[in-house]
Design a protein around this ligand. Structure first.
Ligand code: SAM
Length: 285
């Protein structure tokens, strides 16, 4: 029986037919907790609903409700609420060979970015040097370090809480030789890397709505013979090319030519809006 049917069965008698039909189709599992989203009409019964989930999922120790967005410069969850079970928001989550440890109240972890986290390591060639400008807790860098033959990844993160977990995750995954964490604003830190002679084969620019203010510094660590930039943005489907054209304009002003090699829509991000990634080759003129 599908889980949605099981939870409906479980909550018969607690919710009427109309409310049963509003139960969510899925949930996010992070380590041994789950995060659910509820229709506003179900909020009055949120605790009983959460207990139903706990009863049906014996390996799960806690249920949390996510009723907000990911907000602010640190990209933090806006409204995460403990509902039932054991309230310990620090999770140890395994994905594709990697252990991620973080606090779900303070740190985002997008289910929709799973394919992108899996995909990036497959692009990396042996011996590459990478700069991950918005590293967070190591979303992409841990995957790349664990699942490719990268030589070195410089990971920059300015949120002290995310940075603390980045350090912990590097240790947990035994990646101290590969990942070099840097606590600070990538605007300054990438320039610092450039000044000290670091040049990257690949630069990851994973921040919303789009990291235009950081293109100039990213180019400063690119290689003369060319680098790949993974440039994220939130755009309408047909607007992905104008995202590239805006990037290209900035690069041209800096004396670089750019070529859009590929692009993908990672996940839906609202009505007709998509989290988009452009793979751009840049090369000094
Ligand atoms: C959470 S990841 C982004 C994941 C996903 N692409 C998104 O935006 O929803 C972005 C990380 O970049 C960090 N960040 C944002 N601006 C930064 C900056 N100027 N320098 C360093 N880190 C930054 C945030 O603190 C956050 O941890």
């Amino acid at each position: 029986m599908k889980f949605k049917h099981k939870i409906k069965e479980k909550l018969k008698g607690v919710l009427n037919e109309e409310k049963l039909s509003l139960l969510p189709r899925g949930f996010q599992t992070l380590g041994s907790i789950i995060i659910i989203k509820l229709n506003p009409l179900l909020l009055a019964k949120k605790k009983i609903i959460a207990e139903g989930y706990l009863d049906l999922l014996p390996k799960i120790r806690g249920v949390y409700l996510n009723s907000g967005k990911i907000v602010g410069p640190f990209r933090k969850p806006e409204a995460m609420e403990f509902l039932s079970g054991e309230d310990d928001p620090i999770v140890t989550h395994k994905e594709n060979n990697v252990i991620y440890r973080f606090d779900i109240n303070k740190i985002m972890f997008s289910k929709g970015n799973l394919n992108e986290r899996r995909y990036l390591p497959t692009l990396v060639k042996p011996g590459e040097i990478i700069v991950d400008m918005f590293a967070g807790i190591g979303y992409f860098s841990l995957q790349i370090a664990k699942n490719s033959q990268v030589e070195k990844i410089y990971c920059i993160e300015f949120n002290p809480e995310a940075y603390r977990f980045l350090l912990e995750n590097i240790k947990l995954n035994h990646l101290e030789e590969i990942i070099l964490p840097i606590h600070g604003n990538c605007k300054e830190e990438v320039l610092q890397l450039s000044t000290s002679g670091i040049r990257a084969d690949r630069i990851i620019m994973g921040i919303f709505p789009a990291p235009f203010p950081y293109v100039q510094v990213a180019l400063a660590v690119s290689k003369i013979k060319g680098s790949v930039i993974h440039f994220e943005g939130v755009v309408e489907k047909d607007a992905y090319y104008s995202l590239f054209e805006d990037f290209k304009k900035i690069a041209e002003q800096e004396g670089y030519k750019s070529e859009l090699k590929s692009y993908r829509f990672v996940k839906s991000y609202g009505p007709n809006l998509f989290h988009t990634v452009l793979d751009i080759n840049v090369e000094k003129n």
